[in-house]
Write a protein that binds this ligand. Structure first.
Ligand code: SAM
Length: 247
């Protein structure tokens, strides 16, 4: 059984002692019932990992002494970026959580012609903060030392031009092209693999054309029409498997 983990900001991991409060405290103390003498693995999401021992439990906090720390190297090889259309309800949270477990390095929510409407600026800010929390929690649970990035939501057209030099694929159920797995097998990507998935209502033909103009290759995930969240996770799984991240 792996050691219980808690996320702390990088600055908090520089000294020999840490005081854990907030979500980290709640999970360790209230959920796992940890107390003085128990160990925790602290991580900052940027590769720094520390083994710490609880030596105090004042009100709504845990005091820990750092016994050792090390900087874990980042995952080798090309990065995996999932560009996913905004999805209805909490499906994007599910995609963020599962894609984090599956090894994605970066996620870019995009708005498309048929995706859910963009909320007002303050709602977008709150949503982005919640998404970063979803990712931190997924990293805590699965043992990753590096947090994947999640960018604020942006229009698809704005994002397409930012992947020059990467091996980019648009997942399109109407394509005559070959499968993503075969395309990855032939991939020589050095910098990054980019996977673009549409919303529940699909891409417009114009959106696929624009993606193609920006160097995205069309690929299929087979004859079945997958739900957007299923397609996103299937694509990340294939890319991570191609890079040897899934054993
Ligand atoms: N046109 C679909 C339909 O008829 O229901 C709606 C889009 S599908 C639910 C959501 C997204 O998942 C698509 O935009 C595409 O990116 C991806 N997708 C689903 N099935 C796929 C497949 N077999 N091959 C490639 N992409 C697929």
């Amino acid at each position: 059984m792996s050691r219980p983990r808690a996320f702390v900001e990088t600055a908090a991991l520089q000294g020999d002692r840490v005081t854990l409060t907030g979500d980290g405290y709640h999970h360790a103390r209230r959920v796992l019932r940890l107390g003085p003498g128990d160990e925790l693995e602290l991580f900052d999401g940027a590769g720094l990992v520390a083994r710490a021992i609880i030596d105090g439990a004042p009100h709504r906090a845990l005091n820990l002494r750092i016994a050792e720390r090390h900087l874990q190297p980042p995952p080798a090889g090309p990065t995996v970026t999932l560009v996913c259309a905004e999805l209805k309800g909490d499906k994007m949270d599910l995609v963020l959580q599962k894609a984090t477990e599956l090894g994605v390095d970066c996620m870019v929510p995009v708005t498309t012609v048929r995706s859910v409407p963009r909320p007002a600026a303050d709602a977008r800010k709150r949503r982005h903060a919640r998404r970063r929390k979803v990712i931190r929690e997924a990293c805590r649970q699965c043992g990753r030392a590096y947090l994947p990035e999640v960018s604020p939501s942006r229009p698809l057209a704005e994002d397409l031009a930012t992947h020059a030099g990467d091996e980019a694929f648009v997942l399109w159920e109407s394509t005559e092209a070959g499968g993503l797995a075969a395309a990855l097998a032939g991939s020589t990507a050095q910098s990054g693999i980019v996977l673009l998935v549409g919303p529940e209502g699909g891409f417009t033909v114009e959106e696929v054309d624009t993606a193609r103009e920006h160097g995205f290759g069309e690929v299929t995930l087979g004859p079945n029409i997958l739900r957007a969240d299923t397609a996103a996770l299937a694509a990340v799984t294939l890319a991570s498997a191609h890079l040897g991240r899934l054993g």
